[in-house]
Design a protein around this ligand. Sequence first.
Ligand SMILES: [Zn+2]
Length: 583
Amino acid sequence: MRSWMPFLSAAALVASAQAPASKADLAAEQRLRRDVAFLAAPELKGRGNGYPELDEAARRVQGELKALGLQTQIQRFPFIARVVRERQEAVVAAEGGTRSLVWGKDIEALGLSGDADFKAKPLVFAGYGVQVPGGYDDFAGLDLKDRVVVIARAVPDLDVFAHLPRGERGLLARLKKLETAKAAGVIVLEDALRPLQREEGPVKVDLPVVGMTIEGLGGACGDVAARFKAIKETGKPAAPEAAAAAFSLDLKLRRDEAQIPNVVTVIPGRDPKLRKEFIVLGAHMDHLGLGERHSMGGAEARGQIHPGADDNASGTALVVELARELKKAKPRRSILLLHFAGEEEGLLGSQYWVQHPTHPLEAVKFMLNFDMVGRLDAKAPKLMMGGLGAPKSAVEAAQKFVPRDFSVSADVGASVGGSDHMSFSQARIPTFFFFTGIHGEYHRPTDTADRINYPGMVKLAAFGKAVTLDLANADILPAFDPETAKLPSRGDGGPMRIAFGTIPDYADNPKGFRINGVSQGGTAEAIGLQPGDILIQFGDKTLKNVYDFMGALGAYKPGDKVVVQWLRGDRLMKAEATLKGRS
Ligand SMILES: [Zn+2]
């Protein structure tokens, strides 16, 4: 489960009396306990993406499903598992002499860094590397071209940054600006040096990017700490100073690719006609491994196993348990069980499946996603249920299956957090999302199997089964609702000015910025863009990914006209768009 978003409203149906568990329930509880214990065991090393242990988890899931007599296959997709330095040298030359930097101590490459081989480029200090339209500008008066630019990774919450455009606070957006400015390289000032590892977002940028601490940089850019202090106190960017030092860098990185597994399993439907349609049940198997990335446990948690019992060994096991029950129930439509990899790294597995479906995508009529379903609160049992892309009526219909002993809190259109159902709602498939809530062990080494509420999972399995069968056996299914598919906008600064209406594909594409679709009534739809199109040019900006696109959009205002170019297959297409503001 990726970043957390507070849950909004609740329609609560509460009931209390606890019936003794039946034999069947106890048996189900045993199976769930056994599977979660296996998946969250230290031996599975937190099921990190690119780890052999994730394959072991996939084999386990496959074995369980095969034992039920089901057909199952592994779909592999590429993932940059490791970034290593093949060649490295860095030297700072200042008045007091030259200093060769120690890799892993004074300096480290960022995983998305381009290669470098340059000598004695002037160092220039540029604060946080941000530009607020009509306001604060770290680049004012600076010559950035062919220089090594020093910026801080973290942008503090200063008043002067209040109107920083959405998304431009992120490191990637700031690096993109420096790439456009043809800087020779970037030194990112870190609180603590980070190990070399893959980064979120694009695999590689066309710019050498290294991390250093202020101590490691020494006096090469003057008294950097004092300069940041002055910015915070005055709200003004640092005054440009003549370069006091030069930087030489020789860097070559190698990216080791792994092929990571989605597990695909089918329960064939019994109805001669409806069996051609699929209800997808999804759950991601991967978690954080040794917490190299996305751990919420702080520096001390890095290197520790993150067992991910709730996130998402619980959902993985629950979908296996549902398979057992659904096979027995002989649904009319077919059920497609998808156990994904790559969720923690940006929904990579579900995005990949939607782009490379093993079964006809247009035959997928509904998707149910189970992510973190192991922590039903025994005292106040409440399940959160989202319905991204599902009509309100569908969520209400599902509530009639709520067992007596827990409540469901449902909110159509707004789902908690980011998870794999988003890849399906982006492909205009209605979804339900099941989630028992956030807790103090989220993304920490303490998310262990002993904290899981197994009787609660048995109840959820009963609810999940009822909702799935209701969909699988219905004559007519609820249709995709674009209104509820809209994600609530999240601001981290000033308003985004332009609404262009593309549905991004976050996975890397060598040709440019690929889209999964367009939103109805948007500019993208108006100029004729279609799912699968690859945008390559936006005005004078070449696009290599969604980040280039976000950056390009930021330069325009409502009413502006811009020529957009894109690829449809091998055909180059272009159109002039009149940009619209965000409503
Ligand atoms: Zn998760």
